[in-house]
Each structure stands twice: as C-alpha cells, then as structure tokens.
Design a protein around this ligand. Sequence first.
Ligand code: 45D
Length: 166
Amino acid sequence: MSNITSGLFTAQVEAFQNLEVDEQLALFWVIYTEMGDSITPAAPGASTVSSEIAQALFERVKSMSHDEQLQIMRDLIGRQNSLICREYGALSDTTKLLFWYLLAQGMDEAVIVPFPEDYQISSESEDLLEQIKNLEFSQQITLFRDIVAPMGVDPNEAPHDEATGL
Ligand code: 45D
C-alpha cells in the first residue's frame, strides 16, 4: 500500500481493521451517528477534498439497489478488485472520507441501505468507540483518514486482472 498514513493512531487503526467487515461498517456507522452534527463538509481543508469527484461516485452508488450498495461498502473494506474499489483507491484520503460521509448522509436520507435496527456492536467495537470518543476532534479526523485511506484498491498497485480487464 502506498498510502501515507499519519502513523499516530496505529493501534486504533489496527483494532478497527481487525474487526469483521460488517462490524467495521457497523462501528463506522455508530461513529457517524455520534459525531454527525460536528462534521461540516464545507470545512477548511477543502483544498485537498474534491467534492465533485466524491459526489459523482456517490451518485452512482445511490442509483444501485440496497444489496449492491451494501456489497460495495463491504468490497471497499475487504479491498476487492472491483471498478468502484479502484476508483475509490484513486481518490485523495480526504476525498475518501467525504465519500463515506456522503454514504452515511445517504443512509440518513433513506437513499442508501438502512442500518438494521436490531444490530448490536460487539464489545471490541464498544471499547474502540470509547477510545475514539476520548480523542480530540482533530485527532478523530486524522484517525478516520487513516482508516479510510487503505480501503478500496490502489489502481497503481494492483496487478491487471485478465478476467475482468481491471
Ligand atoms: O444487513 O477537511 C451491517 C470533510 C449488518 C471535508 C449492515 C471532512 C448487516 C473536508 C453490515 C451492519 C467532510 C471530508 C447491514 C474534513 C446488514 C475536511 C449495514 C471530515 C445493512 C475534516 C451497514 C469528514 C452499513 C468526516 C450500510 C469527519 C454501514 C467524515 C454504513 C466522517 C456505514 C465520516 C457508513 C464517517 C459509515 C462516516 C456509511 C464517520 C460512514 C461513516
């Protein structure tokens, strides 16, 4: 992986990545619901975020079925060599974060697959959530960037796949 991560929250990033794929999605959702109001997309740092690219990718996912939407999110976390995963992998880290934020907002607006009402996050996730809550906002952003950076597939790193042409 050629992603440059901050290296500041290695333990938390690893703890996150060690969760099952669905559990990562679930915890990420809970994080969003806890911090949703404090995120402002028009925040400074906009220089490194391409909202048009994030928006365009989001619109494509939005037009899909709920099952497909969920599969794409699972594929991003599982780093499957799919078209969307490669497109995602070509985004800047901040744009990747914006893309996840758009997905979460889409869930709020019921245009993206809803979070199951009866889902309970694991005690490992709860522990991690508590650690994250204790960080300052700017540290949380750094951590989330480090979490979303290696998701998907870096198109410059993944070998050509004869079967799919990707
Ligand atoms: O059926 O500088 C399960 C920007 C179980 C601006 C499921 C920013 C089975 C520039 C898998 C659970 C805004 C980018 C279903 C800064 C099952 C800037 C589904 C900050 C259906 C600083 C689970 C951005 C699902 C920030 C679908 C801070 C889960 C962004 C989906 C933070 C979870 C974004 C999702 C966060 C979580 C996004 C989509 C925390 C997204 C979280």
